[in-house]
Design a protein around this ligand. Structure first.
Ligand code: NAD
Length: 496
């Protein structure tokens, strides 16, 4: 891994995109961006201070209160979003390199996921035609009611570093379609995608103030989400920070959506072959070096099949190619930073201390001296009550826990402060569905783990509040207004 990375091709490096123009940070701040696989600082972006936040919020407020964007028809906003998708298509390679260089995502997977990001923008643009922005209903007291979904206002979109483009687009695009003015706040580890997105939006010319990007650290981000002119905070990140933001928003009734952490269970039933279960499960443990909110980190298996499953999982983990994300053979890159490596190592030590047995992994892969790499790691003899089975590790670490019968498997799956995702590994769709209905989690899949931006995604319990993706993800950026009239207005009569 001796390759020296080039700086990303940004139009105005070191600048913030505020109110439709590129501006140098008022106090001259900057953030170094490091590639986690070779520890090279390959970019420096601007760091917003409070004055920059005030400027971005003021521009967004003006755009929302006085500008044309919220008053356009949804189809007109959708047309602009399709232009943004076309711009992103031109920048596909820049976006893929940004993903690889910032996160260490294997480049061929980063390239494929770029197509998904563009499809996401087009999908939401399509909702401009079909979403019930104005819904005429009969009123029992006479006349009709138009149930209108209006934009929620100035929306702050805060994203984490693990999938920086997708997590940001899932907020920014529906917010723009709804008619909001948007301030995007990417993670300081991964700001490049949002800046490229700003260039794409600049190229299509949205009205002034409708979209800003402020790259900022924790304190200034805190200042932003507390700003009294903000109407909605859409947050994806850790449960710790999410709880803090939700409590601040709750005090002021600022609307919020929380996409937080997880500790999801894979329930392996006896009717599926172990090799089939392992093949279907493994990507959801090791991809992104396990830094997936929906990682299947607790693997539940019947006592009698435990040894067979553990052996097969361990063999599969030992064969995962870990290393240079630009090597076409690599499936798993590094963790994001030294502090994440320390955190994962801490949980591995904790699992051992608590009495679980380390089967494979737990160390630095041989031959990878630089970068924040860790081996895929498997524990068995784990108990669901152990701390490392209750807290989110956010690394490629799975714990095998045994159950005696299906009832106990469901109880263990539900015995978690989180409820984000899950998998049921079986040949029997009836059993899979029956179990799925009893697991308290936001999404669950038979024989794998699907996340799809056309369908709602989000968490029960400490995994969050609200949903992203699908029409529900657009609804999250609207307020409902009910207008009573004797008969529908002309434009709605004509449409029906
Ligand atoms: P984090 O909570 O540390 O940071 C997330 C974002 O919040 C970053 O942009 C950060 O700069 C910002 N932030 C931090 N403190 C803030 C504050 N006081 N006010 C405003 N903004 C603040 O999380 P992370 O380490 O970047 O990401 C990992 C976490 O994200 C994991 O817990 C993972 O499960 C979660 N995640 C959840 C989903 C989901 O859809 N549920 C998806 C991806 C990641």
């Amino acid at each position: 891994m001796s390759t020296t990375l080039e700086a990303p091709s940004l139009r105005r490096p070191g600048h913030l995109f505020i109110g439709g123009t590129w501006q140098a940070p008022a106090d001259g701040g900057g953030i170094d961006v490091m590639a986690p696989f070779n520890e090279q600082v390959f970019a420096r972006v601007g760091e917003a201070g409070r004055a920059d936040i005030d400027a971005a919020v003021a521009a967004a407020r003006r755009a929302f209160d006085e500008g044309p964007w919220p008053r356009l028809r949804p189809a007109e906003r959708a047309a602009k979003l399709l232009e943004v998708a076309a711009q992103m298509e031109k920048r596909a390679e820049d976006l893929a390199s940004a993903y690889t260089n910032q996160v260490g995502m294997p480049h061929r997977i980063a390239q494929m996921s770029g197509g998904g990001a563009i499809a996401l923008v087009r999908y939401f643009a399509g909702l401009g035609e079909t979403f019930p922005f104005e819904d005429v209903r009969p009123c029992p007291q006479g006349g009709i009611a138009v149930v209108v979904r209006e934009p929620v206002g100035v929306a702050v979109c805060i994203a984490p570093w693990n999938a920086p483009l997708h997590t940001m687009l899932l907020k920014v695009i529906p917010a723009l379609l709804a008619g909001c003015a948007v301030i995007a706040k990417p993670s300081p580890e991964t700001p490049i995608d949002a800046l490229i997105l700003a260039e794409c939006i600049e190229a299509v010319g949205l009205p002034e103030g409708v979209f800003s990007v402020v790259t900022a650290g924790r304190d200034v981000s805190d200042y932003l989400m507390r700003h009294e002119s903000v109407d909605k905070v859409s947050f994806t990140g850790s449960t710790t920070v999410g709880r803090h933001i939700a409590s601040v928003c709750g005090e002021r009734m600022t609307r919020f959506t929380m996409e937080l952490g997880g500790k999801s269970a894979a329930i392996v039933l006896d009717d599926i072959s172990v090799p089939d279960a392992v093949a279907a499960m493994m990507p959801h443990i090791v991809l992104l070096a396990g830094q997936q909110c929906a990682a299947l980190s607790r693997v539940l298996v019947s006592r009698k099949r435990r040894n067979e499953l553990v052996e097969a999982m361990a063999a599969a983990m030992r064969h995962v190619p870990v290393g240079d994300p630009y090597d076409a053979a690599t499936l798993m890159g590094p963790l994001i930073a030294q502090r994440q490596l320390d955190r994962v190592n801490g949980y591995i030590a904790q699992g051992t201390r608590e009495g679980a047995r380390l089967v494979t992994g737990g160390g630095r892969p041989r031959g990878l001296e630089r970068g924040f790499f860790i081996e895929p790691t498997l524990f068995t003899d784990a108990e669901n009550s152990m701390v490392f089975c209750r807290e989110e590790i956010f690394g490629p670490v799975a714990a095998v826990i045994t159950y005696d019968d299906e009832e106990q498997a469901i109880r263990i799956a539900n015995d978690s402060p989180y409820g984000l995702s899950g998998g049921i590994f079986t040949q029997d769709k009836e059993r899979a569905y029956a179990i799925a209905r009893r697991v308290r989690t936001g999404n669950i899949t038979q024989n794998g783990r699907i996340i799809d931006f056309t369908l709602p995604y989000g968490g029960f319990k400490l995994s969050g509040l609200g949903r992203e993706g699908g029409p529900e993800g657009l609804d999250a950026f609207t307020e409902v207004k009910t207008v009573f009239l004797p008969t529908p207005p002309a434009h709605l009569t004509a449409a029906s």
